[in-house]
Design a protein around this ligand. Structure first.
Ligand SMILES: Cc1cc2nc3c(=O)[nH]c(=O)nc-3n(C[C@H](O)[C@H](O)[C@H](O)COP(=O)(O)O)c2cc1C
Length: 389
C-alpha cells in the first residue's frame, strides 16, 4: 500500500522521513528561558516515535519575547546550551529531524501559562512590560509599550542572533512564529497596528517588519537548511487580516527563501469568531499553496491517519502538523503506519513491540531468537543494526 503521509519530503538539504510534524506546543516548563528535563522527556518521546519533524515550542528571541516567564528562549549562552542538550538527546535516539520555532510574543507576553487562568504577570512577580506596534488594551494582557524604531531594530537583531544560535546547535530547520496575534502578527494585522510610519498603514508597510526579519534571518542560517513561517491566515474578525493578505504575504516570504508556510489562524483579537471543526484550517493551506506557489503545512484538528492522507493526496498541503493528538498519543505515527501497512524502523529499545515482531516472540531457544532478530535487521538500515549493538 502506498502512502503520501509516509513518503519522504525534501526541503533544501533536509529530507524528512515522513510528512508527520509535531506542532509547536508551549510547555511552560522552562527555567529562566532554559529548556529543562521536561523538554527532554516531552520532545524525546517524539524522537522515539517516528515523527518526521519535531518543532519546539515558541522560543523567545529575547526574554520579553517569551509568552510567560516559564517559556523557553534562545537568547544567551545558557538558553543555547539548554536547548542543545535537548537536541543532542533527541538526535541520539533516531534520525527524526529537529526544528526550532523562533518567536516574539509582543503584547501577549508576560502572562500565566495557558493551562491556568490567564492573567498578567507584573514586573514585580518576574514579568515585564510587553512591546507592541501600537498602544492596545484588551483587559486580559498587560498594556504594552508602543515600539519606537530603536525597539524594532533591537528585536530584528535579537531574531538574527537567535537564528545564529540555532544554527550553532545543529537545528535542522527554523520556523518563524508570525501567527496567533504575537508580535509580527500584531504588525501585519490592521486590528492592532495603528502606526503611521513605514511599519503601519498599507499592507506593504504592515508586512515590512516580518519580511525584514525573515530576510535577515535567512541570510544568517545555512543555505542548505530550510526556514518556514507559521502565519495566522485570517483574524476571524471583520476588518482584520484576510486570506487574500495571507496569499500576498506568503508570496513575499517565498521570494525571500521561505520553504513552507504553516497556515494556522486567529489569536489577534478577543472578538474573533472562529468556525472550527475537523481540518478547519486546511482550506487556508490549500489556497496559500495554490495561489502563492509555496509549500504548506496544514494544522488544526487533524486527528486521523486517513484524514491526513486525504489532505496530502488532494494536494492541499505538503506536510501535516499535529498538536493535541500527538500529546494524547505520541505513537500516533506507529498506529498510522499500521493503517497504511508501512514498515517503520522503531528505535531499538522499543523494537520488541513492533508489529512485525508481535507474532514472533515465542522463541524456543536463543538461536531462534537470534535468527528472528537477524531477519528484522535485514529489513532495516545498517545504522539501526549498529545502534542495537
Ligand atoms: C498546549 C499548547 C501549546 C501551544 N503552543 C504553541 C506554540 O508555542 N507555538 C505555536 O505556533 N502554536 C502553539 N500551539 C498551537 C498548536 O501548535 C496547534 O496549532 C493547535 O493546537 C491546533 O492543532 P491541533 O488541533 O492538532 O492541536 C499550542 C497549542 C497547545 C494545545
Amino acid at each position: 500500500m502506498t502512502s503520501k503521509l509516509f513518503s519522504p519530503y525534501t526541503m533544501r538539504g533536509l529530507t524528512l522521513e515522513n510528512r508527520i510534524v509535531l506542532s509547536p506546543m508551549c510547555q511552560y516548563a522552562g527555567e529562566d528561558g532554559r529548556a529543562t528535563d521536561w523538554h527532554i522527556m516531552h520532545l524525546g518521546q517524539y524522537a522515539c516515535s517516528n515523527i518526521g519533524l519535531i518543532i519546539t515550542e515558541a522560543c523567545g528571541v529575547e526574554p520579553k519575547g517569551r509568552i510567560s516567564p516559564w517559556c523557553i528562549g534562545l537568547y544567551n549562552d545558557e538558553t543555547e546550551e539548554a536547548l542543545a542538550r535537548v537536541i543532542r538527546f533527541c538526535k541520539a535516539q533516531s534520525d527524526t529531524k529537529f526544528g526550532v520555532q523562533l518567536a516574539h510574543a509582543g503584547r501577549k507576553s508576560s502572562v500565566t501559562p495557558s493551562f491556568m487562568i490567564r492573567e498578567a504577570v507584573p514586573p514585580e512577580k518576574g514579568g515585564w512590560i510587553p512591546h507592541s506596534p501600537s498602544p492596545y488594551s484588551d483587559g486580559v494582557h498587560p498594556d504594552p509599550k508602543a515600539m519606537e524604531i530603536e525597539d524594532i531594530e533591537e528585536v530584528k537583531a535579537a531574531w538574527v542572533a537567535s537564528t545564529k544560535r540555532a544554527a550553532r546547535i545543529g537545528v535542522d530547520l527554523i520556523e518563524m512564529h508570525f501567527a496567533h496575534g504575537y508580535l509580527v502578527n500584531e504588525f501585519t494585522s490592521p486590528l492592532i497596528n495603528r502606526r503611521e510610519d513605514q511599519y503601519g498603514g498599507s499592507l506593504e508597510n504592515r508586512m515590512r517588519f516580518g519580511l525584514e526579519i525573515f530576510k535577515a534571518c535567512r541570510a544568517a542560517f545555512p543555505p542548505d537548511k530550510p526556514m518556514g513561517a507559521r502565519i495566522s491566515a485570517v483574524d476571524w474578525v471583520e476588518g482584520g487580516w484576510t486570506i487574500e493578505d495571507s496569499v500576498i504575504f506568503s508570496r513575499e516570504l517565498k521570494a525571500l527563501g521561505c520553504d513552507y508556510i504553516c497556515t494556522s489562524s486567529g489569536g489577534v483579537s478577543l472578538h474573533q469568531k472562529i468556525t472550527a471543526g475537523p481540518g478547519y484550517q486546511v482550506p487556508f493551506a490549500d489556497r496559500v499553496r495554490r495561489e502563492s506557489g509555496v509549500a504548506t503545512m496544514a494544522v488544526g484538528q487533524i486527528t486521523e491517519p486517513q484524514q491526513a492522507e486525504d489532505i496530502l493526496e488532494a494536494g492541499q498541503a505538503d506536510m501535516i502538523a499535529l498538536g493535541r493528538r500527538l500529546l494524547a498519543n505520541p505513537r500516533w505515527a506507529w498506529m498510522a503506519a499500521v493503517h497504511f501497512q508501512q514498515f517503520l524502523k522503531y528505535p531499538p529499545r522499543y523494537r520488541v513491540c513492533h508489529p512485525k515482531m508481535g507474532t514472533k516472540l515465542n522463541f524456543t531457544d536463543t538461536t531462534e531468537k537470534k535468527q528472528q532478530l537477524l531477519h528484522m535487521f535485514q529489513q532495516e538500515q545498517e545504522t539501526t543494526v549498529k545502534a542495537w549493538g
